[in-house]
Design a protein around this ligand. Structure first.
Ligand SMILES: [Ca+2]
Ligand SMILES: [Ca+2]
Ligand SMILES: [Ca+2]
Length: 368
């Protein structure tokens, strides 16, 4: 079982709302410089103008005996109202309806932690740990990898990337819509970032066996190889992604629709299962094909098959496609090499060796 993946507070009412209000109020996204001359944000200890206190006290030359003892901040919590004395000696009472001293706001009896002014006399803000309008969660921290980022619960790595452009590649927590949060690895670098890795496997692992089965691997180690999400998690991801990318960290890769993920199932349970897939981009050894149909093997629907997503340049006829698609009638990989696939028995040895077939290669399947 996974550990350390604690649920975050989720508001069912606003679960589907992705507003920008949170970002506007989010302290983690504030510009680090610039004076704060906005209304009502006077900081404790600041020397800026303060609103005159109620009749029982005076600002500056106060006559309140409790306020003349020293100039440090003190708080009286003996009543339902919180009395605070600021560094400048100005006493304020949170809850008296008068914004004063270090208070950002004060709406008296209307102060509420989910309202326009909190019970601490602060404006609602993403990062204050209180769930407020426009926020799906607020875990009170700026970390984007714990299932709550910028007060939203991310469903994909692309959403994390959008909410926090500085979020690096690494392990994250997503809410895919299933019963539990899911640990994944986000690739924030490849072609603009925002990729959610659903499978990572070393060349000689018996991988790809199970895009069509439920063979989760290393669910609590999303940054390791091998790693594979369970079938249900993959299916949930399809609702919020459009692109599928397969590569091994080099220049060779395939880019197609995420809807092609389970295309191999249409061919039935056989190791000879193949289908013509439309690739938006197919890069191989310096050759780039765009919007090209490539006959793709989906070994894996049956136990004992070697894996999925192999492309045999010469066997394109299986889909009535032209052979040797990258360079007309000239193979650029070894004969019968299962390009992009995982069959260690049919490796490419023709220089330059295909990225996915090099020693130590790790094949990554990811969605965005
Ligand atoms: Ca007040
Ligand atoms: Ca908040
Ligand atoms: Ca967080």
């Amino acid at each position: 079982m996974r550990t350390g993946l604690g649920r975050v507070a989720v508001s069912a009412v606003s679960a589907a709302v992705m507003t920008t209000a949170c970002l506007d109020d989010n302290p983690w996204f504030e510009e680090p410089t610039g004076s704060d001359s906005g209304g009502g944000t006077t900081m404790i200890g600041a020397t800026t103008t303060v609103t005159p206190p109620p009749a029982t006290t005076t600002s500056g030359s106060t006559t309140d005996e409790d306020d003349t003892e020293d100039d440090s901040e003190t708080t009286d919590t003996t009543s339902s109202l919180t009395t605070t004395t600021s560094m400048t000696g100005v006493m304020s009472v949170c809850g008296d309806g008068i914004p004063e001293g270090g208070e950002e706001c004060d709406e008296g009896a209307d102060n509420a932690d989910d309202g326009a002014c909190t019970t601490a006399c602060k404006f609602p803000a993403c990062g204050d740990g209180l769930l407020q309008a426009g926020e799906v969660c607020d875990d009170g921290n700026p970390a984007p990898d714990d299932g709550c980022v910028a007060c939203q619960v991310p469903r994909t790595c692309a959403e994390i990337h959008m909410l926090d452009g500085n979020a690096p590649s690494g392990a994250y927590v997503l809410d895919l819509g299933g019963p539990d949060p899911v640990a994944v690895y986000c690739d924030m670098n490849t072609t603009g970032g925002g990729w959610t890795v659903i499978e990572r496997s070393a060349l000689d692992d018996p991988i790809g066996v199970a895009l069509f089965k439920d063979y989760p691997v290393n669910l609590d180690q999303p940054g390791e190889a091998p790693f594979r999400l369970g079938r249900a998690a993959m299916e949930l991801m399809l609702a919020n992604t459009t692109e599928l990318r397969i590569d091994c960290g080099g220049a060779d890769y395939l880019l197609t629709s995420s809807l092609a993920l389970f295309e191999g199932e249409q061919g039935g349970a056989t190791c000879e299962n193949a289908a013509a897939i439309m690739y938006k981009e197919a890069s191989l050894k310096g050759y780039m094909k765009t919007d090209v149909l490539l006959c793709t093997g989906f070994l894996g629907a049956e136990d004992g098959c070697e894996g999925a997503w192999y492309i045999d340049e010469g066997a394109q006829y299986l889909c009535q496609s032209e052979p040797f698609p990258w360079e007309f009638m000239i193979p650029v990989t070894s004969q019968s090499a299962d390009t992009f696939a995982v069959d260690a028995a049919v490796k490419d040895t023709q220089d330059p060796v295909h990225d996915c077939h090099q020693d130590g290669a790790v094949r990554v399947v990811m969605l965005r």
